[in-house]
Design a protein around this ligand. Structure first.
Ligand code: SUG
Length: 444
């Protein structure tokens, strides 16, 4: 049976803006208050998806969430019509509106942690939506994510869904952005590497920025997914990386199959980590590509998002391919490093650069925008909805975006009831295109 890694890219939402909501995320803080262009953002994302498809990879999408999130405002005691709720909440707290109107669900690497069937004791693919407890604007994502994933991967003999972890920031879980899966091939049993920022019950004095994921949360995920004995590994992210702005591990490390590409300072005890991974891999060779700080300082890794690239196996292409944000080319140290990497002709043979600047300005690179799911052909046949792209669906989504999205948005525009109406109309139509049913609160 053929297995593939399918990337599900989050569509940039109609309320995409720069509100500076994520403390510890350098790009989010420094672009606060800039003019955003949601239309350009969604089209850049679709171009990325189209590029991966043109390489022969299977590409899906995940829809934006309904924003402003009126259910959250109702839960805060606001009453009346939708427009009255929005107006009154804005009068009471523009910051609350910025949070409940964020389009942050587009970074689907944070949507969930997924353990594919070959890794689990019951032979099913396990999904846990991330609680994203660390940031208020993201902590409201999980219920909608859960609903969407359940439509796409129906509960049953192939797929099973867990509730997001309870326990607030103590059980902070940021999903696949802190999770790597090493394997010989996608359908072979893998080793799952969970990366956390801090212990749930410690005061992490060495952190100046939040360690969003806790060790206890990572361990709970591995337990509830029933990962085979010895195949779940746990490693702490280097506090220096978090303090430099690597708020998720996928800002300093990425892997594909048996290749692990990471910055020298991503973890504290790299030799020990390599040994642990080698032992767990039971003879499958692992290629560790460690990028030295002498060549790429941590600051440049964070600024350029070198490691927030997608590392993919392209049918018919020798070696692996990095899908990189254009910022890597514009940062001298990372441009040079990638040139050298390709020239040595080791494991990674190709570098494709893409423009996802609308997302990058909020700290979301190519890898943040995608949720990876290893699926067999039979798994894909069992999926619900219609979220896998072909050329026609890509074109439909482009036309849909051009009809509904604005090309200019400032944080103050989030108070506009017309923007809310436009967004809900766009999403209502999108659920029909993607055949997802009524997944949004405003449809229920
Ligand atoms: O959670 N930015 C997101 C970026 C997420 C990137 N994802 C991964 N690394 N996988 C975050 O910090 C900024 C929103 C704003 O400031 O308007 C934001 O939420």
């Amino acid at each position: 049976m053929a297995w593939q890694e399918v990337n599900f890219d989050g569509l940039v939402g109609p309320t995409h803006n720069y509100a500076g909501l994520s403390y510890g995320n350098v790009a989010s803080a420094s672009n606060r208050g800039q003019v955003a262009n949601p239309l350009e953002g969604v089209l850049q994302g679709l171009d990325k998806a189209a590029h991966l498809r043109s390489l022969g990879l299977i590409q899906g999408v995940l829809p934006p969430h309904d924003r402003p999130h009126l259910s959250t405002l109702r839960a805060h005691g606001f009453t009346g019509s939708d427009a009255e709720i929005l107006t009154e909440a804005w009068r009471s707290s523009p910051a609350l509106i910025a949070n409940v109107a964020s389009s942050a669900a587009m970074w689907t690497a944070n949507a969930a942690t997924i353990s594919p069937a070959p890794d689990t004791l019951d032979g099913r693919t396990h999904f846990t939506p991330a609680n994203l407890a660390a940031m208020y604007h993201r902590s409201i994502e999980a219920p909608t994510t859960a609903r969407i994933l359940k439509v796409m991967f129906p509960e049953g003999e192939r797929f099973t869904h867990h509730a997001p972890l309870e326990g607030g920031v103590h059980m902070g879980d940021e999903g696949a952005a802190n999770h790597n899966r090493l394997c010989a091939d996608y359908g072979e049993p893998g080793v799952e590497l969970f990366v956390y920022g801090r212990g749930a019950f410690e005061t992490a004095k060495e952190l100046t920025y939040p360690g969003r994921q806790t060790m206890e949360a990572s361990k709970a995920l591995a337990r509830q997914h029933g990962i085979k004995p010895g195949k779940a590994l746990f490693v702490r992210q280097n506090p220096a990386a978090i303090n430099a702005g690597a708020f998720h591990n996928d800002v300093v490390a990425v892997n594909n199959k048996n290749v692990f590409f990471y910055h020298e300072e991503a973890f504290t005890e790299v030799p020990k980590l390599q040994d642990t991974i080698r032992d767990a891999m039971d003879g499958t060779q692992v290629a560790f590509i460690e990028v030295p700080k002498a060549k790429v300082p941590l600051e440049d890794a964070v600024k350029s998002y070198l490691f927030n690239s997608q590392l993919v196996t392209v049918p018919g292409r020798k070696g692996m391919t990095l899908i990189l944000p254009s910022e890597v080319k514009e940062t001298p140290s990372t441009r040079l490093y990638v040139e050298e990497l390709i020239a040595t002709g080791g494991t990674i043979h190709h570098a494709d650069y893409l423009d996802v600047r609308q997302s990058m300005r909020n700290g979301g690179g190519p890898a943040c925008l995608r949720l990876r799911v290893a699926l067999s052909d039979d798994d894909r046949a069992a999926m619900g909805g219609n979220t896998i792209l072909d050329d026609a669906r890509l074109e439909t989504l482009r036309v849909w975006a051009k009809r509904h999205y604005r090309d200019r948005l400032m944080p103050d525009d989030l108070a506009d009831p017309k923007l809310m109406e436009e967004s809900f109309a766009a999403l209502d139509e999108l659920t029909q295109i993607l055949q997802l049913g009524s997944v949004y609160d405003f449809q229920r």
